[in-house]
Ligand binder design. Structure first.
Ligand code: 6PG
Length: 470
């Protein structure tokens, strides 16, 4: 019996994907650098399943049906390079290698070029959905060699979540398209989580609400248009009671968010691309500030501020908070899609943003009902510059921008930071402003560096000798 596919890396994600693929009817070869994990899988959760356990890479490769299909589920970075270094020489032209880790897209491009030199087909595959998604159906974002995708399409499409508009897997584009899309997915993930954390802070410190009261609010919000996985788990987290202390567990968790780097990469790439992703960037920096726990503790005694208490009627504050959350979440997607469109033009991905929206509809961390109208918006206008220009988002802006403004002002008044909401508001206010104050910045640049400027009243490029002006 030959395996339909082989998975390298038997940490939780690799194991769960292997189990998922086997359940969809495929024979799966499994290999891990240390044999214990493979042994544990086939003796435990994988017992009786059509797995071919392999304990060295040669045996693993020879257990695979041709053309061989290999999915790497190893740590991004050096570990991935180390496996590829051993694996590539064992494969033959026409075999397909997929990297399912959160690899940096530039690493993917380098590895793809190396695979190409060897006549191999390579796919950088973004996989989202965490452990649960890997087992029950993740969103899968492959990019790279299209001929390679044709060979693995059946397996990936069946392994992926089956969303409201089809399998949450689609070939996204050449080169590093898949990993680029996954990186931006994570940038959006950061921004939505930050926006939810800001709601929590306003409810907790501002309105003195108990976690279970907040959970009820999130449950209501999750019943409507904004419904999505991150809202759902926010509610579930807020309801969770710590069995040891009987207290809400969320209140016992240290307030320092860690990060593995994909949000940072997304922001770095946005800066490189010259695209606008301020809400995603704000979410990354918010995590960085949260990590300065000791400094924050010391600063609290030195830098006073107002009392965080919001002395207003709760119902009205919460109603406006919903509008603010809605627009901030849409701003996160809008910036992410904008970045994808810009990167696609710059890097030749030829992405269909409508297809990205469809793939994100289920399985992934940022799945949300909002992706249905987002897909429609991009189907109607594939070159839509920003989601807010299309319906229903343009009307939602009209409806809710007062609420976003009121919420940001309220938060600023009581000294509760709202970097995601604040940056979403600033971004949209700047985006809808015909004349920004950048003329002064151009004058500054010309003043100290003779960088020249353009004028609004006549064509050409100008320089003024500002120093000698009277
Ligand atoms: C997903 C997640 C997943 C991982 C994040 C966590 O889509 O399934 O995004 O890839 O949980 O990378 O990222 P941080 O550690 O940076 O928060």
């Amino acid at each position: 019996m030959n395996a339909d596919i082989g998975v390298v890396g038997m940490a939780v994600m690799g194991q769960n994907l292997a189990l998922n693929m086997e359940r969809k009817g495929f024979v799966v070869a499994v290999y891990n650098r240390t044999r214990k994990r493979t042994e544990d899988l086939v003796a435990g959760r994988g017992k009786g399943r059509r797995f071919i356990p392999c304990y060295d890479l040669e045996a693993f490769v020879s257990s695979l049906a041709r053309p061989r299909k290999v999915l790497l589920m190893v740590k991004a970075g050096q570990a991935t390079d180390a496996v590829l270094k051993e694996l590539f020489p064992l494969l033959e032209p026409g075999d397909v290698v997929m990297d399912g880790g959160n690899s940096h897209f530039l690493d993917t491009e380098r590895r793809l070029a190396e695979a190409e030199r060897r006549g191999l087909l390579y796919l950088g595959v973004g996989i989202s959905g965490g452990e649960h998604g890997a087992l029950h159906g993740p969103a899968i974002m492959p990019g790279g060699h299209r001929e390679g995708y044709a060979i693995v399409e059946d397996i990936l499409a069946k392994t992926a979540a089956q969303g409201p508009q089809g399998s949450c897997c689609a070939f996204l584009g050449p080169g590093s398209a898949g990993h680029y899309v996954k990186m931006v997915h994570n940038g959006i993930e950061y921004a939505i989580m930050q926006a939810l954390a800001e709601c929590y802070d306003l409810m907790k410190r501002g309105l003195s609400m108990a976690p279970r009261e907040m959970a009820d609010v999130f449950a209501t919000w999750n019943g409507g248009e904004l419904s999505g996985y991150l809202l759902e788990i926010t509610e579930r987290i807020l309801r969770h009671v710590d069995p040891d202390t009987g207290r809400p567990l969320v209140e016992l968790i240290r307030d320092t968010a860690q990060q593995k780097g994909t949000g940072k990469w997304s922001t770095q790439a946005a800066l490189d691309e010259g695209t606008c992703a301020p809400t995603i960037a704000a979410a990354v920096f918010a995590r960085t500030v949260s990590a300065l726990k000791e400094e924050r503790r010391a600063a609290a005694g030195v830098l006073p501020g107002p009392s965080p208490e919001i002395r207003e009627e709760r119902g009205g504050v919460l109603e406006e908070l919903f509008g603010a959350l809605y627009l901030t979440i849409v701003a996160a997607y809008a910036q992410g899609f904008r970045q994808l469109g810009d990167a696609s033009r710059e890097r030749g991905y030829d992405l269909s943003l409508a297809e990205v929206a469809r793939v994100w509809m289920d399985g992934c961390i940022i799945r949300s009902r909002l992706l249905v109208p987002m897909r429609t918006a991009f189907m109607e206008n594939p070159d839509l510059p920003l989601l807010f220009l299309a319906l229903p988002f343009a009307s939602r802006w009209r409806e809710h921008h007062g609420a976003l403004r009121a919420t940001v002002m309220r938060a600023h008044r009581v000294g509760i930071p709202v970097p995601a909401m604040g940056s979403a508001l600033d971004f949209l206010d700047a985006y809808r402003t015909e004349r920004l104050p950048a003329n002064l910045i151009q004058a500054h640049r010309d003043f100290f560096g003779a960088h020249t400027y353009e004028r609004v009243d006549r064509p050409g490029v100008f320089h003024t000798d500002w120093e000698s002006a009277p």
